[in-house]
Design a protein around this ligand. Structure first.
Ligand SMILES: CC(C)(COP(=O)(O)OP(=O)(O)OC[C@H]1O[C@@H](n2cnc3c(N)ncnc32)[C@H](O)[C@@H]1OP(=O)(O)O)[C@@H](O)C(=O)NCCC(=O)NCCS
Length: 174
């Protein structure tokens, strides 16, 4: 993506000072499939440090080119070289940066890396049915809906459905 306004970089040990604010935000928790948990500074610091030295996953920081501001994270996990597949995750934590196309640009950059450098064939994402921002964002990146997993998570006092989406290398256009 030549005209991207964001760039991806490795996580740095001090990033936890910013990302802890995202991890403590209830609106963000409500958009994610995982169970809400309470995060101490020590936990977040250790999570960032472990991520830096984790060679199994690809966990990167999203920054704005204009001022190097750290605005979110994007990851690829469950990398399986037999199936040539992995799972993608994206979070724009700085809410004033929502709706500006940054998630599409960041995820596209990492998908491009996974297809062209890591020889991945299929990238999967799981999205809460209620998270229309994430659904549209993934579709804009080229992901297609494979199906709807009914009552697949218990959140906010109720069972909720999640979309399973995938992006195949052949469908990917930068
Ligand atoms: C979901 C999230 C990643 C979207 O990031 P973003 O940078 O705001 O998304 P983009 O600006 O790239 O949006 C891409 C498309 O989604 C649509 N979109 C964005 N926010 C939307 C909203 N609140 N409702 C409906 N559509 C929305 C836009 O229409 C945009 O398409 P357009 O350019 O044609 O208008 C961001 O809100 C976020 O990080 N939320 C918390 C964590 C999360 O939900 N992560 C995903 C978990 S599966």
């Amino acid at each position: 993506m030549k005209d991207s306004r964001v760039y991806l970089r490795a996580l740095e040990p001090t990033d936890y000072k910013t990302s802890i604010n995202w991890r403590r935000d209830d609106e963000i928790w409500g958009m994610l499939g995982g169970t809400k948990y309470f995060v101490s500074e020590a936990y977040e610091k250790q999570w960032v440090e472990k991520s830096i030295f984790d060679s199994k996953d690809v966990k990167l920081a999203i920054c704005l080119k204009e001022d190097d501001r750290y605005i979110g994270n994007v990851y690829m996990t469950n990398i399986d070289m037999q199936k040539q597949s992995c799972h993608s995750h994206v979070l724009i934590g700085e809410k004033d940066c929502w709706g500006k196309g940054y998630a599409v640009e960041a995820l596209t950059l990492l998908c491009d890396y996974m297809f062209s450098e890591r020889n991945i064939h299929r990238i999967q994402a799981i999205v809460l049915e209620s998270n229309q921002a994430s659904l549209k964002m993934h579709q804009k990146c080229g992901y297609k809906i494979d199906g709807l997993m009914r009552d697949s998570v218990f959140k906010d006092g109720k069972f909720q459905n999640q979309y399973i989406l995938s992006l195949l290398k052949d469908d990917f256009e930068v």
